[in-house]
Structures are given as C-alpha cells and as structure tokens.
Design a protein around this ligand. Structure first.
Ligand SMILES: Cc1cc2nc3c(=O)[nH]c(=O)nc-3n(C[C@H](O)[C@H](O)[C@H](O)COP(=O)(O)OP(=O)(O)OC[C@H]3O[C@@H](n4cnc5c(N)ncnc54)[C@H](O)[C@@H]3O)c2cc1C
Length: 436
C-alpha cells in the first residue's frame, strides 16, 4: 500500500477565471497563507473571462437596491482596471455606450437608468439622456426614440487583464496548478481535492470560483441542492472592415424582458479594433458547448434530467420564456435573424456585412426552486469552504472590488488572519473596502 504525502495549501481556489485570479491576488498580496489556484485549462481566463463582450460597464442599468453589490463593485473597480491597464499597456479604449430606447415606454426605463446611475455613484456629466436628433448628430446610422449616452464605458481585453493579475499573484507566491480537472472532494478536517488523473492535493479551505460548474461544485458540499442552472451560449458576428465604422460607439438596447437575464444583441466596438454584433443567448447542455448543440451525450442527458426535475422545469412552462428562447434559437441558426435584431436600431445594416463568427461565450444563470432566475450573485459557506455561484455580467467589470469584499468576509470570519501591510500598491485594499 502506498502512503503518499499530499501537497497541502492553506487556501485552494477552484477556477482560474477573472474571479479566482483576483481573489488569489488579494490573498497573496495581504496574507502569509499559502494559496493555489486550480484550473483544468493550460492558463487563466480560458472560459467566460476570456470569452465575453470586453466592456468595463458603468453601472447605470443596475438597480441600486436589488443589485447593490454588483453595482458598487462595478463602480469601484473602474479605476482599479484603469490603473492595471496603464501599468501593463493593456487595451483601454474609452469608447462609450449609447443605450437606446425604441419607444416611449423604453424611454421611461432610460430615465430610471439615469437616476440609478447617479445613485450608484456615476458622475452626472457621464450620463446624458439625448433625444433622437441628438443621437443622430453623434451617430447618423442609429435610429431610436431616445438614448442614454454613457461616456465612461470602456472596451478592454479581460483575458489580458486576468493574465496580468495572475503574473502579480505569482510574484506574490500564489501557485497556479493548471491542467488539473477536479473530480471530487473528501471533506474531513481538511479537504482533499481529487483530480480526474487520480492525483490529489489537500487544503484547509476551499474557495469555489468554478464559473459554469460552481453550482455543481457547491452541491458536492451539500449546498444549494434545490437550485438548478441553465447554460446559454452568446454568439457574435464580426462586421467586415468596410462597415465596421458605420457606428463608432457601443450600442445597447433596453432589455425587453428584465425578468430574464438576456438582452438583444448589441453593436460592440472591441478593444482590438474590430466591430461585432452579439451576444444572443442559446440554451446549450454544458458550460463549454461553444459549437453545435450537443457535444457530449452523458452531460446532455444529465442536464435534461436536471431540467425535468428541478426549478428549470417550471421555467419551461412559462410561455414568455419559451417564446424568447425560440427567438434566440432562430438567431443562432440564422445569421439574418441575428442581424435583423440589431437592425431595429441600425437599420442600414445588411446580413452580408458579417462574414465571420466571433468567439462565443457561455453564461450560466441559476434558477430558484420556484422557477425564477436569481438576479444577484449567491454566496454560500460550508464548514471549510466558500462558494460563489451565479457570478454573471457585469462580473468581469466588478471582479477586483468584489474579490476584495470576499477577502474582507473571510477575514471577519477568522479564515484569513490579520493582514500584512500590502506588498505593492497596485490596488489599495482599505480604500476599496471603504468605498463599497
Ligand atoms: C457572452 C458573455 C458576455 C459578457 N460580457 C461581459 C462584459 O462585457 N463585461 C462584464 O463585466 N462581464 C461580462 N460577462 C460576464 C463575465 O464574463 C463573467 O461574470 C466572468 O467572466 C465570470 O468569471 P469567473 O471567474 O466566475 O468564471 P470563468 O471565467 O468561467 O472561470 C471559471 C474557471 O473554472 C474552471 N473550472 C471549472 N470547473 C473546473 C473543474 N472541475 N476543475 C478545474 N477547473 C475548473 C474553468 O476552467 C474556468 O477557467 C459576459 C459573460 C458572457 C457569457
């Protein structure tokens, strides 16, 4: 019999997306605890964190009461990302966004957004409510009833930003353990993390930041058992060079179904200079089904089983949801349908302006036992674990400040001991905690 001594860490973070990586930054920056980040891929940000729209969102569209943490985190993180981007020569394109209303009812929503923005800390001069003519003077190809111009929205590359945070975290002694797929946990005094290659490591405390798999991981710790999730692929199409600049600002439209976590596709000016439309929201069986609809039969059957027994079943009886989903499917199967959705506010577009698909990303909203989408992030604690689930948009924007909040919570509970003085001054922990 082989008695192996397993490598042991004080804290293991499962998931090297933007959330797990920024949490590792703070721990390694402030504490003496040994910390590792585990990911099944060869590097950080290979899933949602590297496959999103790339916008640093200004939180004008987030309800300051219902989405307070997301709104505050997004607001406080803006300057943190800016400092990192300047220090590392990462993309930082202050492109701005116009949120368009197509009728008077949607205009009322924009009035509400303008108030919410100010309540969330956005400077009034950065949020201008403009009428149709004023929008036309800025963007002659945009047709709308009115628009809310948000000057402070930025296009960036979250994959590069996550890489840069990883580099600093490594300098501060975080160990990144790549190409290790977590299969199971043995939870006694400490936690043994077992990988699919039959190797294992131990830790005193686990932080679950496993993105689209985080609910499944939480369930392995007997948490959130009555909740379910669905995976929605967001697809993009890239505009050809001749038409990429017919509109020079990001254009979003007011959500037609605020009870569901989907928007119509936007017009996006990417940090790399390309222009794209997207994302739609097509249901897929796994958090990594980037092409086609069924990639892995066992996962698909298991997901179907979960849908037929969990809260998602109730959602599937909701006619509004079904009609929305069938529309989303059509825009996946047909490029023309996707382009037509953007033509609602840029009517001069034509499907043949879009010849190449962009990089798809997958969001995984969580559904309550009574069949409703959960709008905010969910945090659950196990005996020696902390789980972050439903960390959806604008999660990339808010990651540095939200991660600092998690660190503060773990410190308050005595899991992290008294912090050292900060090792470097890229981001100041105390001033972020004061802000949020
Ligand atoms: C289409 C789309 C567009 C978006 N646009 C924006 C935007 O413009 N601005 C914005 O602020 N937010 C945006 N978001 C949201 C944002 O991208 C996410 O909130 C954020 O990236 C989530 O980060 P994460 O670290 O939680 O998850 P992820 O980036 O998915 O990281 C989770 C990691 O866990 C690893 N993992 C999972 N299971 C295991 C396992 N068993 N073993 C080992 N490793 C495992 C995965 O490999 C992955 O690397 C968008 C999201 C989508 C889907």
């Amino acid at each position: 019999m082989c008695i192996c001594i397993l490598k042991k860490f004080d804290i293991a973070i499962l998931g090297g997306g933007i959330l797990g990586t920024t949490i590792s930054y703070w721990i390694s920056n402030l504490y003496d605890s040994s910390v590792c980040v585990i990911d099944k891929e060869f590097d950080v940000a290979q899933h949602t964190s590297g496959r999103n729209t790339g916008v640093i969102h200004t939180p004008f569209y987030l309800n300051p009461e219902k989405k307070k943490i997301f709104a505050k985190s997004a607001h406080s993180s803006h300057e943190l990302w800016k400092t990192l981007a300047k220090n590392t020569m990462s993309p930082w394109n202050e492109i701005g966004t116009i949120e368009v209303a197509l009728n008077e009812t949607q205009h009322k929503t924009l009035e509400k957004y303008q108030k919410w923005g100010v309540e969330n800390g956005v400077l009034e001069e950065n949020l201008l409510l403009l009428n149709s003519n004023e929008i036309k003077q800025r963007e002659k190809n945009v047709e709308c009833f009115s628009g809310l111009l948000c000057k402070s929205d930025v296009s960036t590359d979250y994959s590069k930003l996550t890489q840069e945070i990883k580099n600093i975290s490594v300098q501060n002694a975080t160990e990144f353990i790549f190409q290790k797929n977590v299969k199971s946990f043995s939870n006694t005094d400490d936690i043994v993390i077992n990988f699919t290659d039959n190797s294992s490591i131990r830790c005193n405390y686990l932080i679950n930041c496993a993105g689209g798999n985080s609910l499944d991981v939480a369930k392995q710790f007997d948490l959130l058992e009555s909740y379910s999730d669905l995976h929605f692929r967001g697809e993009y199409w890239i505009a050809d060079n001749t038409h990429a600049d017919i509109v020079n600002t990001n254009i979003y439209s007011v959500a037609r179904h605020p009870e569901f976590p989907f928007l119509d596709p936007h017009w996006i000016k990417r940090a790399n200079g390309t222009t794209e439309i997207g994302p739609n929201a097509v249901p897929v069986p796994t958090p990594e089904t980037y092409d086609g609809f069924v990639t892995d039969i066992p996962s698909t059957i298991s997901k179907l089983g979960e849908i037929l027994t969990g809260g998602a079943k109730k959602l599937l009886l909701n006619p509004d949801f079904l009609s929305l989903i069938s529309h989303e499917f059509r825009s996946s199967i047909s490029k023309d349908t996707m382009v037509q959705r953007v033509m609602n506010f840029i009517p001069s577009l034509k499907p043949n302006y879009f010849k190449t698909k962009g990089t798809a990303g997958i969001r995984t909203p969580v559904i309550s036992p009574d069949g409703n989408f959960i709008s905010d992030v969910m945090e659950r604690e196990g005996q020696n674990s902390f789980h972050i689930v439903n960390y959806n948009s604008p999660g990339a924007t808010g990651a540095p400040a939200y991660s600092a909040l998690i660190i503060q919570k773990l410190q308050d509970r005595g899991i992290l001991k008294t912090p050292n003085s900060q090792k470097n001054s890229l981001w100041n922990f105390n001033s972020i905690i004061e802000q949020i």
